[in-house]
Design a protein around this ligand. Structure first.
Ligand SMILES: Nc1ncnc2c1ncn2[C@@H]1O[C@H](COP(=O)(O)OP(=O)(O)OP(=O)(O)O)[C@@H](O)[C@H]1O
Length: 221
């Protein structure tokens, strides 16, 4: 699904670059979490995958153009802009040139938010906002879903619901999921693979080994 080879990236030519010789292969249907310290380049790598930034060297190919993106919910949280849940999703439907208007309500139903269609975005909680952003990303039936820290600022119960939904989508539709994560519990409970960015390079880690060695976390409880 995603094939990145010898990819390098620097902002404004500053050396050393943020990413140096990244090699990352993601197969269809995998759920890959990307972790790393603050400033290690996770968001930069995600922006390259979304086509917002061009690599300075190396190559990247993505098999599909049907990519859904879930930004950090802070983009909408506390927004004073008076726009309803339905309006946000319906305007996205128009941008995506989806003619079928029922996709909006179907997407809301999928994330259990049908009753909130008339609410203003700025009045929603963190978890509710995140579910709406996920619904928006799912409207185009993406084959690849990219999420930026999906559980940041979201309470534990909403986190569980969000990850349950992602796993359901992965299992039922074969969707490939790539999530930048700071939530280690979510990584260990949900991911099929864990990619660790460090000093401009990255590598896949064994999830159980990483959990028990570094975080003393037992995946099976
Ligand atoms: N637009 C920009 N111009 C210049 N430097 C940038 C820009 N955006 C990010 N950087 C720098 O690139 C490096 C990687 O940033 P990035 O946001 O990709 O890291 P991250 O791993 O996502 O961090 P965090 O976990 O804190 O969100 C940081 O040193 C950051 O200061």
């Amino acid at each position: 699904m995603v094939n990145i080879e010898h990819l390098c990236f620097s902002y404004n030519g500053i050396q050393p670059g943020v990413l140096n010789d990244i090699n990352l292969k993601i197969e269809a249907g995998e759920y890959v979490s990307i972790i790393g310290d603050n400033g290690s380049g996770k968001t930069t790598l995600m922006r390259i995958m979304l086509g917002f930034l061009k690599p300075t060297a190396g190559s990247m190919s993505i098999e599909t153009k049907e990519i859904g993106y879930v930004p950090q919910k802070s983009d909408y949280a506390n927004s004073a802009f008076p726009v309803t849940v339905f309006e946000v999703l319906d305007s996205y439907r128009k941008i995506m040139k989806i003619k079928d208007r029922t996709v909006v309500m179907r997407a809301l139903a999928l994330v259990g938010m049908s009753d909130y269609r008339k609410e203003l975005m700025g009045t929603l909680s963190g978890g509710q906002t995140q579910k709406i952003l996920i619904a928006r990303a799912l409207m185009g039936n993406p084959k690849l879903l990219i999420l930026d820290e999906p559980s940041t600022g979201v309470d534990i119960d909403s986190q569980k619901e969000i990850y349950r939904l992602l796993k359901k989508m992965e299992n039922e539709t074969g969707m490939t999921i790539v999530a930048v994560e700071h939530n280690f519990e979510a990584v260990f409970e949900n991911s099929t693979k864990l990619y660790h960015l460090q000093n401009g390079c990255g590598h896949f880690c064994n999830i159980e080994k990483y959990a028990s060695e570094y975080l003393h976390y037992d995946r099976k409880g």
